[in-house]
Write a protein that binds this ligand. Structure first.
Ligand code: ATP
Ligand code: MG
Length: 221
């Protein structure tokens, strides 16, 4: 009797960096997920399937057992407030940082020490509120689903909270980083019930992933 394992993988950045990691762990989809329109992909391992979904949906799939394992950004996990999943391991891919940014002009005379009330556009509403509430700073948070850099340019907000890696997008829009909220990378998460019921099969796969994380990826040199 075999146990089928489902892995939910974020689209985008995490998929691009996750596929080479999975390959180093010996797991290769039978079709190219970057090209295929199929939502559930078979892999070289007969009992392991890959589901490629929107980043923000990964914790939901894992929490409700639609996937046994998931690969999701720490940003998404911080924003998701469920308790049905284990954060098993930092996969050390899709590394970036969650930052507060504002127009360069504002930054010239702004001192974060003096902040009392901020108007912020972000897709990370709960994380932003939590971060500033802990420092006693009030926030008016405007929820956006993308292109946060636009908000200060059109007067929607003074500041944004967004992911930054190279800083090129901020720079191109006249914004500068003014406060660090968290270092971000992709994590392996697991459904709590699966970890009991499918323990043996999961452990084998998790061990292979842990080994693959330990190996240097070509990109890191
Ligand atoms: P969608 O808009 O379809 O939900 P998305 O914008 O969330 O997609 P990506 O931008 O690829 O898709 O982000 C997916 C995950 O990749 C994020 O949750 C984050 O963990 C990580 N990520 C996003 N931007 C960067 C970046 N610049 N550098 C490294 N990792 C990033
Ligand atoms: Mg994005």
């Amino acid at each position: 009797m075999s146990t089928v394992l489902n892995i939910a993988l974020s689209k985008g950045r995490i998929l691009e960096e996750g596929l080479p990691l999975l390959a180093r762990a010996g797991l290769v989809p039978t079709e190219d997920p970057l090209k295929s329109r199929r939502l559930i992909l078979d892999t070289n391992l007969p009992d392991v399937k890959l589901t490629v979904i929107r980043a923000a949906d990964v914790p939901t799939y894992v929490q409700f057992g639609a996937a046994d394992l998931g690969i999701a950004g720490k940003d998404v996990l911080m924003e998701y407030e469920g308790d049905g999943l284990y954060e098993l391991m930092d996969l050390n891919i899709a590394r970036c940082r969650l930052m507060v940014a504002e127009p360069k002009k504002l930054a010239e005379s702004d001192d974060p020490q003096n902040w009392t009330r901020l108007r912020i556009a972000t897709k990370y509403v709960k994380t932003t509120q939590r971060h500033f509430a802990a420092k006693g700073i009030q926030t008016d948070v405007i929820k956006l689903y993308g292109s946060m850099e636009l908000a200060p340019l059109v007067g929607l907000s003074d500041r944004i909270v967004d992911l930054v890696s190279t800083g090129q997008t901020l720079k191109a829009n006249g914004l500068v980083e003014v406060e660090h909220i968290a270092d971000i990378s992709a994590w392996l998460v697991a459904n709590k019930a699966s970890m009991k019921i499918k323990r043996k099969a999961l452990k084998a796969l998790i061990d292979r992933l842990a080994q693959a994380v330990g190996q240097a990826s070509p990109r890191q040199g």
